[in-house]
Design a protein around this ligand. Structure first.
Ligand code: GLU
Length: 305
């Protein structure tokens, strides 16, 4: 553990790092209606529309949703800008949460028919395999290992792994500056903890959630937190006097919607929604992650996922 003091010295850098959120590739989708779309969502103030009379042949997930009369969605709730539950107002916000709402609306289900459950990184595959949730939207990287148990729609966003440190830490400047003295915190079951262990000499500390890591960082218990930069930027923006994002990203994380393995009808439905719904995607991005003023482009969906 290196000695660091916490001060407001580098507050501006965390905000500047917001610009790095937008490392997407590909082209926006065409301006055609999403599947099953019949109503305007403008009245409710959302960029998506709640579809009516949706049919989706051959999807066990959709059959389950229909008979339950509600959609069960797995999310994160401690990642500002992506998946966040405001404890005072009890409202959920964030890019991922809005993507989840958009999918539900395209299936014909409005906010009052969505049951959100916060599920940590390590428990996502099992929750999908068990059928506890119908789909998961929460900084969920598409990986071959995860695809052994589940399927993914998407990708709908691309980011990369980064480092969050105390604002006055000038010894950790990026992945290659980490030494065996450093303690780096990340979430159990994430691609982030695996990569930092495999590719650096740093010691690691694991929790269920990144917010616990961030508390440890602010209390001087760890030297850095590592995960996707899109997540870290949200924490830094909440506490710019104490936290900053440093260095270049050192992975490519393609976010997908986790769904039951082999439900290709559901996968194609969501992929078509992403492909045709470029304008909705952009509106969701701008609302949740566009504060930096940087343009982001939606990645192309990959049928192979
Ligand atoms: N995107 C990475 C992953 O899916 C890190 C973020 C997370 O744990 O959700 O493992």
């Amino acid at each position: 553990m290196r000695k660091t003091r916490i001060s407001g010295a580098f507050a501006g850098i965390a905000i500047a790092a917001l610009a790095l959120t937008a490392c997407n590739s590909g082209t926006p989708g065409a301006e055609t209606p999403i599947p099953g779309e019949t109503e305007s969502g403008a009245a409710s103030g959302t960029p998506w529309t709640v579809a009516t009379d949706v049919t989706l042949e051959g999807s066990p997930t959709f059959d389950k949703i229909k008979s339950a009369g509600k959609v069960k969605v797995g999310v994160k709730e401690d990642q500002p800008g992506l998946g966040y539950l405001d404890p005072t107002t009890n409202t959920r916000s964030g890019f991922d949460v809005d993507i989840a709402r958009w999918i539900a609306a395209s299936l014909g289900y409005d906010e009052d028919k969505i049951e959100f459950t916060a599920i940590p990184s390590a428990n996502r595959e099992q929750a999908i395999v068990n059928g506890d949730i119908d789909y998961y939207v929460g900084t969920y990287s598409i990986t071959d290992k995860r695809k052994e148990q589940i399927s993914f729609a998407g990708p709908y966003f691309v980011t990369g792994q980064g480092l969050l440190v105390a604002a006055d830490n000038d010894s950790i400047t990026g992945k290659d500056s980490l030494t065996a003295e450093d303690v780096v915190c990340s979430a159990t079951g994430s691609t982030s903890i695996q990569r930092i262990s495999a590719e650096t000499p740093a010691k690691t500390k694991e929790y269920d959630t990144y917010s616990t890591c961030v508390e440890d960082l602010k209390n001087g218990q760890v030297d850095a937190v590592t995960t996707d930069e899109a997540i870290l930027i949200g924490y830094a923006a909440q506490d710019p006097d104490k936290l900053k994002v440093v260095g270049d990203v050192f992975s490519e994380e393609r976010y997908g919607v986790g769904i039951a393995k082999g439900d290709t009808a559901f996968q194609e439905f969501i992929n078509t929604m992403f492909t045709d719904g470029g304008e909705v995607w952009t509106a969701i991005f701008e609302k949740n992650l566009g504060a930096s003023g940087v343009e982001a482009t939606q990645p192309k969906v990959d049928a192979a996922d």
